[in-house]
Design a protein around this ligand. Structure first.
Ligand code: C2E
Ligand code: CA
Ligand code: CA
Ligand code: CA
Length: 278
């Protein structure tokens, strides 16, 4: 019994060591990848529910890893957050995204671009000031930028959140509350902060049309948003039936595989130009 336990323990130990090594490698690679420009913006269109037209894009980071190929944020965002370098990724992605998408806005192909920021970024008291400075050096008008924040952050430090949000709002930058419906869904924060948009999480949209109670909940959320003058984007719309339900319930905007998957800048630009000529 003793030896078996010991063996089991050492197998566990070896696994831990291997895991540690993987993390160290990833960490070193990530630190190199940011200045090397390996992390780039991809784009997913946001669709106007009534006309079906693309009205905006959400910027989603992808890591073009030299050996592993294309990596989604789940493979590197959490570790970058732990290492305290997510801010550098968000800056790099923001700058590259503005360079690619500012011409789309200028040409009237879309109204706005949305960028994700980590709750970690927002804990930096200088975050909003730095973002406004960076934005001023791009060709994108402040009113064409939406910053997507999550509720986690509102719960962490509401005072700091308010300062950042009000500073950005004063410049005309729009704020969207991401992943709404997954956490506390702090409706009071919505009433007290200049937040223009709420993004209904995919987990809710998934159950729409299947689960009568979720459908009712989503309808009443859409109703409440209208009453508060807040726009809604439904995320992760994959099926026609979901889109039909959402449109009937008065949803403004949708995003999801039903319309388009995230894609590189060149493909996005092609689709936007084709859409215009239809
Ligand atoms: P998110 O902001 O909630 O982004 C939506 C995610 O849902 C994206 O995953 C998108 O590809 C995926 N998605 C869109 N439509 C559908 C659909 O119809 N079905 C399904 N199953 N999924 C759909 P992605 O690109 O893997 O990004 C995951 C998360 O990583 C994002 O969630 C966001 O929180 C974070 N993220 C992405 N880019 C950045 C970034 O530049 N900086 C930071 N800090 N976080 C980022
Ligand atoms: Ca988002
Ligand atoms: Ca989301
Ligand atoms: Ca998210």
């Amino acid at each position: 019994v003793k030896t078996r336990g010991g063996r089991r323990w050492s197998a566990f130990d070896a696994e831990l060591r291997a895991e540690n090594e993987r993390r160290h490698t990833l960490e070193a690679e990530l630190r190199r990848a940011i200045p090397a420009g390996e992390i780039e913006p991809w784009f997913q269109p946001v669709v106007d529910a009534s006309s079906g037209r693309f009205v905006g894009v959400e910027v989603l980071a992808r890591w073009n890893h030299p050996e592993q190929g294309l990596l989604a944020p789940a493979a590197f965002v959490p570790i970058a957050e732990e290492l305290g370098i997510i801010g550098r990724i968000d800056e790099a992605v923001f700058e590259a995204a503005c360079a690619r998408a500012a011409p789309w806005v200028a040409a009237g192909l879309i109204e706005s671009i949305s960028c994700n920021v980590s709750p970690r970024d927002l804990l930096d008291p200088a975050f909003s000031r730095k973002l406004i400075g960076r934005l001023a050096r791009t060709a994108l008008p402040a009113t064409a930028l939406t910053v997507e924040i999550t509720e986690t952050f509102l719960l962490q430090d509401l005072g700091l959140a308010r300062r950042h949000i009000e500073r950005l709002a004063a410049k005309g930058v729009r704020i969207a509350l991401d992943d709404f419906g997954t956490g506390y869904s702090n409706v009071r924060a919505l009433m007290n902060l200049p937040i223009q948009t709420v993004k209904l999480d995919r987990s809710l949209i998934e159950a729409v049309g299947r689960d009568a109670r979720v459908s009712k909940l989503v309808s009443s959320m859409l109703h409440a948003a209208r009453a508060l003058g807040v726009g809604i984007v439904a995320e992760g719309v994959e099926e026609e039936a979901q889109a039909l339900f959402l449109r009937a319930a008065g949803c403004d905007r949708m995003q999801g595989y039903l319309f388009a998957r995230p894609m590189p800048a060149e493909a996005m630009e092609r689709q936007l130009r084709e859409g215009l000529s239809l």
